[in-house]
Design a protein around this ligand. Structure first.
Ligand code: GDP
Length: 366
């Protein structure tokens, strides 16, 4: 006999069971005359954009509709976890629309990294993944670096069109939108409204632009390749860098192994003694051991000495990736963890990460 109740802000059906899902409102809110979901409530009263999780289907439905529009697509990625935060298939969803690629969290990269080099690397990597962005920029919504430039570039590139902000969860979409609201909002009550996404029942946040066009913030999705998928909340806190990653240097002979907590492992299989420089969260502990002992160490100590994973999780199923390093300084990138920079020639490396998490090699961005 319970009638469905709909949010008066965005129109989504109200549910009281799952805080992380669309349409959540606390049961007490149902007593009010006007019922709005928690997401709209936060937006209205605190100017805070709250993330909700969607099923893959819902998410791709939203992205699909973008291809039918004439709009600018702003794709945000996390520069500390480029592969893990890449939305595959965006090329298809963007359709003929221009894409502006923005690398966020640039504050986490070592200061000595040349920004142009990072931009070029983003451009190059995007091309390799089949996307040719109209423009590429870096920013940090945390420090504010580059945020206004990105806003100005959006305004230039959109040329009077609507704007869609897309990205998987945790790349900083909400932080970006919230920064924009703070920077540009006069009367924020008037400026921000929630509404239906045209043609779907999913909510998307829209921010009116001064020429009558709209900026849409699409909900994010957890990418299966994100390390976040495989660790507990406490573990995620440990592996997520809070500030610039301090390089940790190890001189290794072949036959030695490094563990990045219990989530990453690097075996130096063959090559002359050389240095390996680790760029990971400063809170993540690194262990050096002998290659022969590595398997046993992992089996016995994953979740305790080698953590995260935590104790309940114990040893994870780790998958091996093999690489040959020629004579170029290279970064072995563990999606969501960071990377190890190594220089040398004829090096043979075996890298392990939890099944599903990507490991790749790129020319060093340093
Ligand atoms: P969303 O899921 O894409 O909307 O991302 P959020 O805006 O919720 O941000 C996800 C996490 O990344 C939060 O813990 C933020 O504090 C953090 N974050 C966002 N932007 C930055 C940034 O520029 N630098 C750093 N270091 N962290 C950031």
């Amino acid at each position: 006999d319970t009638q469905p109740i709909y949010c008066s802000g965005c129109g989504i059906q109200i549910q009281t069971e799952d805080k992380q899902k669309l349409g959540y409102a606390p049961a007490s809110a149902l007593q009010r005359d006007v019922v709005i979901c928690q997401r709209c409530f936060k937006l209205k009263h605190y100017n805070e954009v709250q993330d909700v999780s969607l099923t893959d289907d819902d998410f791709y439905k939203i992205l699909n509709t973008i291809s039918e529009k004439d709009a600018l697509v702003v794709k945000i990625v996390d520069v500390f976890d480029f592969n893990g935060s890449w939305l595959t298939g965006l090329n298809r969803f963007a359709g003929k629309n221009d894409v502006f690629l923005v690398g966020n969290k640039v504050d986490l990269l070592p200061k000595l990294i040349n920004r142009n080099k990072v931009t070029n690397w983003l451009k190059f990597s995007a091309k390799q993944l089949g996307l040719t962005p109209k423009s590429v920029a870096l920013m940090s919504t945390k420090t504010g670096e580059g945020v206004l430039d990105v806003a100005a570039e959006i305004d230039r590139l959109r040329g009077g069109r609507d704007v869609y902000i897309v990205g998987c969860t945790n790349v900083g979409k909400s932080s970006f939108i919230n920064q924009l609201i703070k920077q540009f909002a006069g009367d924020t009550d008037q400026l921000i409204t929630t509404s239906h996404f045209p043609g779907t029942t999913l909510d998307v946040i829209d921010i009116p632009l001064d020429d009558g066009q709209t900026m849409f913030d699409t909900p994010g999705i957890i990418n299966r390749h994100q390390m976040a998928h495989y660790v507990s909340e406490a573990g995620l806190k440990v592996i997520t860098p809070k500030k610039e990653a301090k390089p940790k240097v190890y001189q290794l002979n072949s036959g030695q192994t490094l563990f990045l907590g219990g989530l990453g492992r690097m075996d130096f299989v063959q090559g002359e003694r050389t240095s390996f420089v680790c760029y990971v969260s400063n809170e993540l502990s690194i262990h050096r051991t002998k290659y022969e002992k590595a398997n046993q160490l992992y089996e016995q100590h994953a979740g305790t000495l080698l953590t995260p994973p935590d104790e309940q999780q114990g040893a994870l199923e780790m998958v091996k990736h093999e690489f040959k390093i020629t004579d170029q300084a290279s970064d072995i990138v563990y999606s969501g963890l960071g990377w190890i920079t190594v220089k040398g020639s004829g090096l043979k490396i075996e890298a392990y990460a939890p099944k599903g998490v990507g490991v790749s090699v790129r020319p060093s961005i340093l």
